[in-house]
Design a protein around this ligand. Structure first.
Ligand code: CA
Length: 164
């Protein structure tokens, strides 16, 4: 497969034309989102099983296969309708068999599930402080996408404060 070459920012890892950053600090989903934004990036959007497996292998290399790791997935707007922070709807999810379960009706954010140590996901309370993965917004010229991110960000902030 031919993929476009890309020069990643410092500390980002290149794969298939995209750049990823593993954040080792323990942050809530919202703080992880802000932390990614401070690096011109967003919590990661995952759109294929190959990408999902590669990211989990990366976590394993970093010694994080048994840690929870935030990805950019949430169902804050509509319960059990998951979407990515960049506004992309979830088309193919890789949740663990028992998930998402919205336990205690307070789980609205998506993560690699450290409990099971595989590439499968769990929905968890957004307030959990744990690791995260950022995906660099290398297409800064796409004004429409960027504007949509800012709009959804404002909405996201207003919603998240309603929860906490
Ligand atoms: Ca869950």
């Amino acid at each position: 497969m031919t993929v476009p070459s890309v020069d990643c920012p410092k500390d980002f890892i290149s794969w298939q034309g995209y750049c990823y950053f593993i954040e080792n600090k323990d942050l809530s989903f919202f703080d992880a989102h802000e932390n990614c934004n401070s690096k011109d990036s967003e919590l990661v959007t995952i759109t294929s099983q190959s990408q999902n497996r590669w990211l989990f292998e990366l976590l394993r290399i970093y010694g994080l296969s048994r840690h929870h790791v935030w990805i950019g997935l949430h169902d804050i707007d509509i319960e059990n309708t998951f979407q990515w922070l960049d506004g992309t709807p979830l088309t193919e999810g890789f949740f663990a068999n028992s998930q998402p379960d919205n336990s205690r009706e307070e789980e609205h954010c998506g993560m690699y599930w450290g409990d099971i140590g595989s590439e499968h996901w769990n929905d968890a309370p957004c307030s959990v402080k744990t690791k995260s993965i950022c995906l660099w917004n290398h297409d800064r010229s796409n004004y429409l996408t960027y504007t949509r991110m800012i709009c959804s960000y404002s909405y996201f902030v207003s919603r998240i404060f309603a929860y906490f």
